[in-house]
Design a binder for this molecule. Structure first.
Ligand SMILES: [Fe+2]
Ligand SMILES: [Fe+2]
Length: 161
């Protein structure tokens, strides 16, 4: 049985955007924006949801995680910051998969803010997605640190548990 979340990843536009990103990142050796990253973000955000006792619905967390970088190809192709393009491209997909206006607003806000340090400690969808996105990268075991563009203070050099 398909769920609302399966319907996102099976949406023709999602598939198209996703394959464009994979095409652009073929030669990239680390920190790809692929399904492994999206699901890491979803699962870490869901853990933070429990740890912070937030009770944010699981479908909102998974939808946001799956879509937060979906506009990445527009950054490669046209230099548009991908939090902006992702927040815009997700709209039609979320409408087609039955999310309410209120849910879409929350998801778009979290996507827009997923690179905004000012909200990183917030106890809401935006805050857990920001923290999950950053926590998802295993910098401590990275073999290509010399080509990383993350400043050292942002890197996850220890396993936080
Ligand atoms: Fe991102
Ligand atoms: Fe990300």
């Amino acid at each position: 049985m398909n769920t609302q979340i399966d319907n996102i990843i099976n949406h023709p536009k999602y598939k198209r955007y996703y394959s464009k990103i994979q095409e652009h990142e073929k030669g990239r050796s680390s920190c790809k924006h692929d399904m492994f990253h999206f699901l890491d973000v979803a699962r870490i955000a869901y853990i933070l949801n429990f740890e912070d006792d937030l009770s944010i619905p699981k479908n909102l967390i998974y939808a946001t995680a799956l879509l937060h970088d979906i506009g990445r190809f527009e950054q490669y192709e046209r230099g548009i910051d991908h939090e902006i393009s992702s927040a815009s491209l997700c709209l039609e997909i979320l409408q087609d998969t039955g999310f309410t206006e209120n849910e879409i607003r929350q998801i778009q806000t979290a996507i827009i803010n997923h690179r905004n340090m000012d909200i990183k400690d917030e106890k809401n969808l935006s805050g857990i997605i920001y923290r999950a996105d950053k926590a998802s990268r295993p910098c401590h075991s990275c073999l290509v640190q010399d080509v990383c563009n993350w400043p050292i203070e942002k890197q996850n050099l220890m396993i936080n548990y």
